[in-house]
Design a protein around this ligand. Structure first.
Ligand SMILES: C[S@@+](CC[C@H](N)C(=O)[O-])C[C@H]1O[C@@H](n2cnc3c(N)ncnc32)[C@H](O)[C@@H]1O
Length: 215
């Protein structure tokens, strides 16, 4: 039986990366660490920091996404849902300099870091913002995301409802989800919403799902 997405995964009392506020960030302090990674033959480096997902390293799930996802097209409007310090958004922007890449997150430090990383990498095709700041009329040709599973099922579903419904007619979304955090039940839920979901591959306990609209 597939594992289901948990309603909520508590931690041991430290801040969750997805609901840190300014006060919590101040308490954590700042100690930036560079992370280097390779995606489709391009090597990139960017800063991570305390209080932001995947501090000091590339997340294992994100690494699996980069290994299994096809290279992005050269043009289009792309989205990274839950950008953190920006590994996914920076990769899309570097691989497709002609594309426009939206990167959204709710963690203020993540947004600042992602903006700074884009600027350091001279990636002026990245637009980093809070989710509500993206114009509701924009649709996306490509979504790559390591989505915030740990927010719990209801919040995750509302995040995906919001963005998947803005996939363009021929668009594709690639989501990496840990198998034991409910990748199969998430695939079923997306199918119930009318999307076509294929498994691109599985590696190291993660699945990469491709989500498209029926043709
Ligand atoms: C699993 S992490 C992925 C981070 C980054 N993309 C990476 O691959 O390292 C998920 C991210 O989603 C963000 N997040 C949580 N709730 C969100 C929401 N409602 N909208 C957008 N991002 C959210 C978290 O702050 C976190 O940075």
């Amino acid at each position: 039986m597939p594992d289901d997405i948990p309603d909520h995964i508590p931690d041991s009392g430290s801040a969750h990366y997805f609901d840190v506020d300014e006060e919590e960030l101040e308490r954590l302090g700042s100690a930036p660490r560079d992370v280097t990674w390779t995606v489709h033959g391009s090597s990139l480096s960017a800063a991570s920091d305390r209080g932001v997902f995947s501090y000091g390293r590339l997340d294992r799930g994100t690494a699996v996404l980069f290994d299994l996802v096809p290279a992005p097209p050269s043009h289009g409007v792309f989205l990274d849902i839950g950008c953190g310090w920006g590994a996914v958004a920076m990769s899309l922007a570097a691989l497709s300099p002609e594309a426009k890449v939206y990167a959204v997150d709710v963690n203020p430090r993540a947004l600042n870091l992602a903006r700074r990383n884009a600027s350091q990498l001279h990636l002026d095709n990245v637009h980093v913002s809070q989710p509500d700041e993206v114009h509701p009329g924009i649709t996306f040709d490509l979504i790559w995301s390591n989505p915030p599973i740990r927010v719990g099922k209801d919040v995750l579903h509302s995040i995906l409802d919001r963005w998947m419904n803005r996939l363009s007619a021929n668009g594709s979304a690639y989501l990496v989800v840990q198998k034991n955090l409910g990748s199969d039940s998430l695939a079923d839920w997306l199918r119930e919403r009318g999307f076509v979901v294929d498994r691109v591959g599985s590696r190291k306990g993660f699945r990469v799902l491709r989500v498209t609209r029926p043709q």
